[in-house]
Design a protein around this ligand. Structure first.
Ligand SMILES: Nc1nc2c(c(=O)[nH]1)N[C@H]1C(S)=C(S)[C@@H](COP(=O)(O)O)O[C@H]1N2
Ligand SMILES: [Mo]
Length: 322
């Protein structure tokens, strides 16, 4: 792409950029904005990603969409991982500093078998499955990503949660040595997320260990991250070091920062706008569409997974419980 083309920024992109900058401003980050518009221009165009085929059974389950995949190059270079900085390209530096092996996770709270468990043992006996999911960021962009992982519910059952386990709380590593962004109090570290127990046990909810058939890149949350495809991307917490079964709805990092804007549920919902921007459409970064000029498409209820998940929210006022 020539510099001239790069500077012909469409109105749609300017809107996106404002949303992105507003979210950053909220974090009171003092760093100067990087030269975003030019960041991708030197890239050679990689080939289009492969096509996906699915069985009718997989389609009904929501496990695999046939929508055009986002290229590996985009999935692994346009990221949100604030532990490494608030710019989209900052998390790529995680490759150099985040040590993902050995890795262990502390599991505890309301369960019969708490303890610290090595990653290998956590997923032992479970075969990684490929799930092709849409990922919708609250900022208004989306991707289609072929994950590798194990259903979270199958992992959680190993710890024998008690009847008091109404929610599951997750925590990311917060090491200022490996994660330079943690030196700044943009978020109240560590990054925390949570699910209601039925959401955690839902077959769509994945503990991802890879993508595109490879181990998870550091910037995507290696070695272990959550993927909850019907919720805004920030629920899909990266580089998990702690999983707790709890009785009360746990505090989460984005809710902690701005409760009026980021709720506990954060289900993708085109009818409930973010207080500062619309959620009716999204910019789909897929196929050969560049990050800068991706097409805008309508956002779907529960990110297109309503058939699989809507029943969990029957009777819940989704405007109140955003
Ligand atoms: N620990 C941690 N997890 C995180 C984030 C983060 O900043 N820190 N960002 C979230 C947001 S806003 C999104 S959209 C997704 C992005 O995942 P990806 O970079 O793999 O596409 O990760 C989520 N998980
Ligand atoms: Mo996001």
């Amino acid at each position: 792409m020539s510099l001239r083309d790069a500077l012909r920024i469409p109105a749609s992109r300017i809107t996106d950029e404002r949303v992105y900058l507003e979210r950053r401003r909220l974090l009171q980050t003092l760093a100067a904005a990087p030269a975003l518009a030019l960041a991708g221009c030197a890239e050679a165009e990689p080939p289009a990603p492969p096509k996906v085929t699915v069985t009718p059974e997989q389609a009904r389950s929501g496990f695999r969409t046939t929508e055009t995949l986002t290229r590996f190059e985009d999935v692994s270079s346009y990221n949100n991982f604030y532990e490494f900085g608030t710019g989209k390209a900052d998390p790529s530096n995680a490759r150099k500093t985040l040590k993902t092996s050995p890795w262990s996770v502390v599991v505890g709270g309301e369960c019969a078998k708490p303890g610290r468990i090595a990653l290998e043992d956590l997923v032992k006996g479970l075969t990684p499955e490929e799930r092709v999911y849409r990922l919708r960021c609250v900022e208004g962009w989306s991707m289609v990503i072929p994950w590798l992982g194990v259903p979270l519910g199958q992992v959680l059952k190993k710890f024998e949660p008690t009847s008091k386990a109404k929610y599951v709380a997750f925590t990311t590593l917060a090491d200022p040595v490996q994660m330079p962004g943690v030196r700044y109090r943009s978020i109240n570290w560590p990054y925390r997320e949570g699910l209601r127990i039925d959401e955690a046990m839902h077959p769509l909810t994945l503990l991802a260990t890879g993508l595109y058939g490879k181990p998870l890149p550091q910037q995507n949350g290696a070695p272990l991250r959550l993927v909850v495809p019907w919720k805004y991307g920030f629920k899909s917490i990266k580089s998990i070091v702690e999983i707790m079964f709890v009785e009360k709805m746990p505090e989460t990092a984005w809710h902690d920062l701005q409760p009026s804007e980021y709720g506990f549920f954060s289900n993708v919902n085109p009818n409930v706008d973010h207080p500062r921007w619309s959620q009716k459409t999204e910019r789909r970064i897929a196929g050969t569409q560049s990050k800068l000029f991706a097409e805008r498409i309508p956002t779907r209820m529960f990110n297109g997974y309503a058939d699989q998940v809507a029943s969990m929210y029957a009777g819940l006022d989704l405007k109140k419980w955003y």
